[in-house]
Design a protein around this ligand. Structure first.
Ligand code: HEM
Length: 470
């Protein structure tokens, strides 16, 4: 990342979080009671700013790895206006996300909550969260997603056709279009092209404004995003209206949301439906796109591995009369090498390096105090890169997944009540896209092949510029 843009980002973050910090300051008095347990080791950095500058002016992975080395598996810091405790062990992550999940709540800046929609499931806990999660999980069960394979294949093929005219593409941007289209499939099943386009145009504006400075000044990216978010509500309302008029009882996520009624006759409101649809699109798009981009890089960097993956897929391609017959569910379950490549890419890239929770009471963990209101960060990447669990962790080696990882050491999709309900869709769409890429196309990476940029997930520098051809 260029230094100017790093500093601009730091300023943006500091402004928004310092104002948040200032408003919360009064509440913080008397927060730490007379304690038996002590705070974890670590440094809280400078007053107010904490260690935010250090984090944002160096590679975050280096920042956290150095801390872990110095302080051990539990350490404190102060980032983006918030005191935090980092937990870099499988036990720590499990404590927060699974066994003591009731002591911690999800936490996001208000501006982000507003942009996605406050009723989106990942901001919630308890009954409402359980209900929404159940509806999403049943719409994404293996029985349902297997029916999406032919449509996923069409989306993959048309994406690849558009890349293959010899021009240089930004792989990450193109993968984002692909994962958005698959997200639309998972939510709506079939959606007419008009609605798909208007959803895509407005979602794109929301996406651009999401990480910008939250101000309601007209003309700013955030303000434009808020307006686009309102338009998304109108579009979704039209789609819902058409479904109701046609009395369609679809089994997709929208269908599950619309058909829900509990024993008291309560339904899910249109605003709740909209927030959850935008929430799922948001959770599905950048994550899958950045993993796909990394996979293409790792395969490009290891031509021997690429040839072996290709051989696995050519066998299926030939069995399907050179692609004339569609992929079957059974075939997608029988791509063992590609599956291991996906797992190893999820581990090495660890695109969700950590997640955030907030302690709802004072919590004691391993003799350390986590005060109420502090953020808690289970550090997935540090666990995935710990040589104790994954020897020579920086080496890309899919064969390590021939043996299952030690329990709770591999959490690319999180763990516990908020673990990713879309993980099977993500893996399926990756398998489908890889199948079509390696059986019909070749690609080369253009320009510098090393370096990471944060967008906000880690992606190869400049989104991995590449050229595809048949
Ligand atoms: C490779 C791609 C993906 C990765 C690495 C990924 C990773 C994750 C992780 C780590 C979490 C847990 C976050 C936390 O505990 O704070 C999560 C939650 C979530 N993911 Fe994914 N995800 C991916 C793709 C998808 C897809 C394709 C969908 C939907 C179709 C999806 C929908 C969600 C939702 C709705 C949540 C929130 C669940 C809840 O709060 O109960 N994700 N994801």
């Amino acid at each position: 990342m260029e230094i100017a843009s790093i500093l601009a980002n730091v300023c943006l973050f500091l402004c928004s979080f310092l104002s948040y910090h200032f408003l919360k300051k009064k509440k913080k008095k008397n927060r730490i009671p007379k304690q038996r347990a002590k705070l974890p080791p670590g440094s809280m950095g400078w007053p107010c700013v904490g260690e935010t500058l250090q984090l944002y002016t160096q590679d975050p992975n280096v920042f956290f790895a150095a801390k872990r080395k110095r302080y051990g598996e539990v350490f404190k810091s102060h980032i983006l206006g918030c005191p935090c405790v980092m937990l870099a062990s499988p036990e720590g992550a499990r404590f927060v996300l699974v066994t003591h999940a009731h002591l911690f709540k999800p936490t996001y800046p208000k501006s982000k909550e507003k942009m996605i929609g406050p009723s989106a499931l990942f901001f919630h806990q308890g009954d409402y969260h359980n209900l929404l999660r159940r509806l999403l999980q049943s719409s994404l069960s293996p029985g349902k997603i297997r029916k999406l394979i032919p449509s996923m294949e069409s989306v993959a093929i048309s994406a690849l056709e558009s890349w293959s005219s010899g021009h240089i593409i930004n792989t990450y941007h193109e993968m984002k279009k692909f994962s958005f289209d698959v997200g639309i499939l998972s939510i709506f099943g079939h959606l007419d092209s008009n609605h798909r386009q208007t959803l895509s145009d407005n979602y794109h504006i929301v996406d651009k404004g999401y990480n910008s400075f939250p101000t309601k000044l007209p003309g700013t990216a955030y303000y434009k995003a808020l307006l686009a978010r309102e338009r998304l509500n109108q579009i979704l309302s039209e789609i819902i209206c058409e479904r109701k008029e046609k009395r369609l009882q679809e089994e997709d996520f929208l269908g599950h949301l619309l058909n829900f009624k509990n024993e008291k006759g309560e339904i899910i409101t249109e605003d709740q439906i909209a927030d959850n649809i935008i929430g799922v699109l948001f959770a599905a798009q950048d994550t899958t796109a950045s993993v796909l981009t990394w996979i293409l890089k790792y395969l490009h960097d290891d031509q021997k591995l690429l040839e072996a993956v290709k051989a696995e897929h050519m066998e299926i391609y030939e069995a399907n009369e050179r692609g004339k017959k569609p992929l079957t569910w059974a075939q997608t379950r029988s791509m063992p090498l590609t599956y291991k490549v996906i797992l190893e890419s999820l581990r090495v890239a660890s695109i969700i390096s950590f997640t955030f929770r907030e302690a709802v009471v004072d919590v004691e963990y391993n003799g350390y105090l986590i005060p109420k209101g502090w953020k808690v960060l289970p550090m997935f990447r540090n666990i995935h890169h710990n040589p104790e669990f994954f020897p020579y962790p920086h080496i890309f080696d899919p064969s390590r997944f021939e043996v299952a990882p030690k329990p709770h050491t591999f959490m690319p999709f999180g763990n516990g009540v908020h673990a990713c309900p879309g993980n099977n869709v993500a893996k399926l769409e990756i398998l489908v896209l890889i199948h079509h890429i390696v059986t019909k196309f070749r690609w080369e990476v253009v320009g510098s092949q090393n370096g990471i940029q944060y967008d906000p997930f880690p992606v190869p520098q400049q989104g991995l510029p590449a050229r595809f051809w048949r």
